[in-house]
Design a protein around this ligand. Structure first.
Ligand SMILES: *Cc1c(COP(=O)(O)O)cnc(C)c1O
Length: 225
C-alpha cells in the first residue's frame, strides 16, 4: 500500500472513532481530500484508494488536474473566490464552500443560470472576526442566507468555517458555535442546512465530535506542502 493510501485509511479510522465518541453515525461525515499543490499522479493514488471528493483552492491549478483525471472524482472549491471567476467555478465544482457576500452569490447565480445548473454552495462564517480570513460575521449570516435563498440557481447546503489556528481543544467552541448558528438559521424556514464544513488536518477529529459533515484534510493525507 502506498503512503497516500495508508494515510487515508488512518484518517478515515480517526473520523469514524471521533463520530462514535460523540454518539454520531459516522456515515454522513464526508472526507474532502485537500489536493492544492498536489500533482495529478498523487491525486490518482488517493482516488484508487477509494477517495471520492477533492478540495482545491486555485482555479487554474484545479482546472488542469480535473481535466487530467477525467470523470469520476467530485471536486469542491474551498478557497477564496472572486466574483469575476464565478463562471469557471460553476463549470468545475460540485460544491463551493466559501461564499461570503451577496456580490459573489449574484455572480454565481448568473453563471449557474447560463449553464442551466443549480449550484450547491456553503456560506462561510468568520466567527473570530479575523481580518485575514474570509467569511461573514455570524450576525450577518441570516441576512445573507435570506438574500441567497431568493436566487433560484443557488442552493445553500450549509455553513463553512476556518477558525483561528489554535490547539484542537481551543477551536472546539468555534465548531460548536457554527453548529448552533446552523440550528438558528434553520429556524428561518429557508430550507435545511445539513452540511457543516469544518476541521482540517490539525483539528478534524474535534470538528467531527462537534458535528462536521465535511472535513477538509490535506497535510494528513498528502504530507507537507
Ligand atoms: C489548505 C486548506 C485546508 C487543508 O489544510 P491541512 O492543514 O493541510 O489539512 C483546509 N481548508 C482550507 C480552506 C484550506 O485552504
Amino acid at each position: 500500500m502506498n503512503q497516500v493510501a495508508k494515510n487515508l485509511e488512518e484518517v478515515r479510522k480517526r473520523i469514524e472513532a471521533a463520530a462514535r465518541r460523540a454518539g454520531r453515525d459516522p456515515a454522513p461525515v464526508k472526507l474532502v481530500a485537500v489536493s492544492k499543490t498536489v500533482d495529478a499522479g498523487r491525486i490518482k493514488e488517493a482516488w484508487d484508494a477509494g477517495q471520492q471528493i477533492f478540495g482545491e483552492n486555485y482555479l487554474q491549478e484545479a482546472k488542469a488536474k480535473i481535466e487530467t483525471l477525467g470523470p469520476g472524482p467530485a471536486w469542491h472549491f474551498i478557497g477564496h473566490l472572486q466574483s469575476n471567476k464565478a463562471k469557471a467555478a460553476v463549470e468545475l465544482f460540485g460544491l463551493i464552500h466559501g461564499v461570503d457576500s451577496l456580490k459573489l452569490a449574484r455572480a454565481l447565480e448568473k453563471a449557474a443560470a447560463q449553464m442551466g445548473k443549480v449550484q450547491e454552495i456553503l456560506i462561510q462564517v468568520n466567527q473570530a472576526g479575523e481580518a485575514s480570513k474570509s467569511g461573514v460575521n455570524p450576525e450577518a449570516a441570516a441576512g445573507l442566507l435570506r438574500d441567497i435563498a431568493a436566487l433560484p440557481h443557488l442552493r445553500v447546503k450549509g455553513l463553512m468555517t476556518m477558525p483561528p489556528f489554535l490547539d484542537p481543544d481551543e477551536v472546539r467552541p468555534y465548531f460548536r458555535s457554527l453548529n448552533e448558528l446552523r440550528d438558528r438559521l434553520e429556524q428561518l424556514d429557508l430550507g435545511t442546512l445539513p452540511e457543516l464544513s469544518m476541521g482540517m488536518s490539525g483539528d478534524y477529529e474535534v470538528a467531527v465530535e462537534e458535528g462536521a459533515t465535511l472535513v477538509r484534510v490535506g497535510t494528513a493525507i498528502f504530507g507537507k506542502r
